[in-house]
Write a protein that binds this ligand. Structure first.
Ligand code: SAM
Ligand code: SF4
Ligand code: F3S
Length: 471
């Protein structure tokens, strides 16, 4: 076990989901594209921007790879394993191209940005290479590739936010939607490739975010998740008025669209989340009581090497503050085991921090050195793989105890649940999530997707609360 996949929003190990556009118009397109997305929620949101750009260029989405004129793969570089998976998939696409030589294969996203022309010239795996800030050039690149030219655009931008593009929702349930509020990252966590693949941090205009959320609400969506690598550093200046909007203010602006629109966000950096954000969550019932607050390690020395800019004590004080202001808040984290020079004692510190925080959800990984990162340049990746994996397993075992206890504590309580659809396991049941982001299933009765319902929890499994609706 090296990764734990439990949640759709934060889990960047999601892989290979093929999406068709959730559109009902019968417009006939000249060509069709098939897209697979890997990585974090931001990549999935980007694929929806790409779908919109392509549709404007008269290329429609299909989930049938056999019908596609163009295959796109939106990629992730966060760990070596993520890239290995994508290479394997590209080799499979290559085989398809042998059968259909006119097929165009394009790589998008973080791996495209990291490996640039190499993928096209040396490895000859793809026809098009496009980095995360260059999606507007896709129609032109497709034209170039069709005529056999080299089609690469990996320019990073300081201001591209795709603010004016209305994403085409892919494979959507019509209830939950991702809304990108910023791009890039200015934090230089030493293990992380994201600042190199996504470029400098920039915030999208508050007006365009609110307009997108309002449209989603009118279309029947009932939950938006505001996305950024570090949402708490959202900072947008209105050029006309010089007014500044920070993340707490943005949250409020989205929350007041309607009390029926739930608002979530991801990811928060412990150094940046403010009391103002916490009090804004407290003020509005529709801003969910759930914070993803990645810690990465429980050792202050390791945190310093990771360049996380906080200590164990500082993080604990932040968690205490969250619990003080928002006593019912769900809390989740990311953890890395076996970072350079990590000792057994320091690993134990990570476990004891988890014991203290009692996370409802945790994503845990063993350290994977990424070329070009600060850690790769400065430190030796000196923890043997078997040790990294053993530490990870110990962490996962501990986390499982905590998460089960967290589920068990909810039995007997009642929650407001937003219904997201019919349960996959039983057609007579519906599923949704509570404020704290836990999945709840309950008998269907006359309830429908998109409605809110109060559910009394009677039992639980490790990942699901089981209840009955209170009428
Ligand atoms: N921006 C978020 C943050 O600051 O926590 C998330 C960044 S990243 C997309 C998601 C998670 O991947 C990180 O929190 C970290 O736990 C993990 N990660 C990043 N680089 C890694 C690496 N080189 N090896 C293992 N895990 C890594
Ligand atoms: Fe990577 Fe750190 Fe930025 Fe998160 S905050 S994306 S871990 S550099
Ligand atoms: Fe992966 Fe890029 Fe997201 S590296 S985690 S897809 S920002």
């Amino acid at each position: 076990m090296q990764e734990l996949m439990l949640d759709k929003v934060h889990d960047e190990s999601r892989q290979g989901e093929a999406f068709a556009a959730n559109i009902t118009n019968s417009k006939q397109f000249n060509k069709h594209f098939y897209i697979e997305s890997y990585g974090c929620a931001m990549n999935f949101a980007d694929s929806e921007v790409v779908a919109s750009i392509l549709q404007d260029g008269n290329i429609g989405a299909t989930t049938d790879i056999e019908k596609a004129d163009l295959i796109l793969i939106n990629t992730c570089s966060i760990r070596e394993k993520a890239e290995e998976r994508i290479r394997k998939r590209l080799t499979e696409f290559r085989r398809l191209k042998k059968q259909h030589p006119s097929l165009i294969i394009g790589i998008l996203g973080c791996m495209a940005e990291r490996l640039k022309e190499n993928l096209l010239e040396e490895e000859k795996l793809v026809d098009i290479v496009v980095g995360p800030d260059a999606y507007r050039s896709l129609p032109q690149l497709i034209e170039e590739a069709t005529t056999g030219q080299k089609a690469v655009n990996v320019l990073l931008s300081r201001d591209e936010t795709y603010a004016d593009i209305s994403p085409i929702r892919l494979n959507s349930n019509g209830i939950n939607a991702f809304v990108s509020i910023m791009r890039g990252c200015n934090n230089m966590c030493s293990f992380c490739v994201v600042p190199f693949t996504r470029g400098r941090e920039r915030s999208r205009s508050a007006e365009s975010i609110i307009a997108e959320c309002e449209t989603l609400f009118k279309e029947g969506y009932r939950e938006v998740t505001l996305l950024g690598q570090n949402v708490d550093s959202y900072h947008w200046i209105n050029d006309n008025t010089n007014d500044v909007v920070n993340f707490a203010q943005l949250l409020e602006k989205v929350a007041i669209i309607s009390p029926l629109l739930r608002v979530r966000f991801s990811t928060s950096h412990p150094k940046d989340i403010t009391d103002e954000v916490l009090f804004t969550i407290k003020k509005y019932d529709n801003i969910c009581n759930y914070i993803h607050l990645p810690v990465q390690s429980g050792s202050s020395r390791v945190l310093q090497m990771m360049n996380r800019t906080y200590s164990r004590e500082w993080y604990i004080a932040k968690v205490n503050r969250i619990r003080e202001i928002l006593p019912d808040c769900g809390l989740s984290t990311d953890m890395i085991t076996g970072f350079c020079t990590e000792t057994e004692e320091e690993h134990q510190e990570s476990l004891s921090l988890m014991e203290y925080c009692q996370y409802d959800l945790a994503y845990m990984y063993f350290y994977s050195e990424r070329p070009g990162t600060l850690a790769a340049r400065r430190f030796t990746d000196d923890i043997p793989l078997d040790v990294k994996k053993r530490r990870l397993q110990e962490m996962v075992d501990l986390y499982r105890i905590h998460s089960l206890q967290s589920m068990q504590r909810d039995v007997g309580k009642t929650y407001k649940v937003l219904i997201e659809g019919v349960s996959k396991k039983n057609e007579e049941e519906l599923h949704g999530r509570n404020d704290q982001n836990k999945v709840v299933v309950f008998p269907k009765m006359n309830f429908k997707k998109g409605e809110y319902v109060t559910v009394k929890i009677n039992a639980c499994t490790a990942g699901t609360l089981i209840g009955t609706a209170i009428i």
